[in-house]
Design a protein around this ligand. Structure first.
Ligand code: GUN
Length: 283
């Protein structure tokens, strides 16, 4: 079988080597990029994600802190912690892992993070700048997907990109990034009528819905590029994406695996944003 796998792990590793070098250089001028990750509560998936973020930043030579706060943390306590980090010159990136417990208003927390340290790119100032084409932190998952395609020499200009899902974290910014790069973009979502008739038109199909193996070959055009953002467990408890990988890989020209596709690229872009933030805040 032809190798049509978009190997996010390999591409991420190559980009991370470059970041590691840049961290070394920056350290010679006395600046160590610092990332603080906050998690509230004990959601097992979130704990895995934040542990990975901390480990990766340490491996690349950054200062890294993981604040594990109890589920009972109040909104005010969390805001106060963020304000403290906003004022800490050794911290260049602040990330509050989502979702938060229900008694905390996510939007208030995102607003509290200084836009200059918002390495997730979720603050309305960064979202707004991005939408009108000004420089800003870009949300890590769609940014990672753009970088992956770029790394593989895939030009999206003029391509029909169909984005399945419209979250603030992935779907919405993904479509806008594609638009900025001259793709023709269609969004498909939970109220879309006849989903497969639209996804079948995609040259590049990006799926971020959080439903295990939702996309089968009936949803995909022959030769399409398929990007799977999902991270789910199948009926046997095995990790799987939103795309039925074995079923779709035979007709896709390229496809990302889960795990080892989009996930490593997301973390890598977080590292890149933190490095860029350290450069900017120290000059
Ligand atoms: N939860 C799922 N993805 C993300 C992400 O990219 N950033 C944060 N902060 N929380 C998330």
């Amino acid at each position: 079988m032809v190798n049509n796998i978009l190997d996010g792990k390999k591409i991420a590793s190559s980009i991370q080597s470059d970041i590691e070098q840049q961290v070394k250089t920056l350290k010679q001028s006395g600046v160590v990029p610092g990332l603080t990750v906050i998690i509230v509560g004990d959601n097992p998936a979130s704990i895995t994600y934040v542990t990975n973020k901390k480990r990766t930043s340490e491996r690349l030579g950054m200062n890294s802190a993981l604040l594990e706060l109890p589920e009972s943390t109040t909104e005010l306590e969390l805001v106060n912690k963020i304000v403290e980090l906003n004022n800490d010159p050794t911290v260049h990136g602040i990330l509050v892992q989502l979702p938060l417990p229900r008694h905390i208003d996510e939007s208030k927390i995102i607003h509290a993070i200084s836009p200059e340290k918002d390495v997730d790119g979720f603050h309305p100032i960064n979202v707004g700048k991005f939408v009108i084409g000004e420089e800003s932190f870009l949300p890590c998952t769609p940014y990672g997907i753009m970088e992956m395609l770029h790394f593989e020499g895939i030009d999206v200009a003029g391509k029909h990109v169909v984005v399945v899902g419209r979250s603030n974290i992935v779907g919405k910014p993904m479509g806008l990034m594609m638009l900025k790069n001259n793709a023709t973009v269609t969004y498909v979502h939970s109220k879309t009528v006849d989903v497969s008739s639209i996804t079948k038109q995609a040259d590049i199909l990006i799926v971020a819905v959080g439903k295990a193996k939702f996309i089968t070959s009936e949803f995909v055009k022959d030769g399409a590029i398929v990007i799977d953002v999902g991270m789910n467990r199948d009926e046997n408890g095995k990790l799987c994406g939103d795309v039925d990988f074995e079923n779709v890989r035979n007709i896709a020209s390229f496809i990302t695996p889960v795990p080892g596709g989009v996930g490593p690229m997301t973390i890598t872009m977080l590292m890149k944003n933190t490095l860029e933030s350290a450069k900017k805040l120290s000059t």
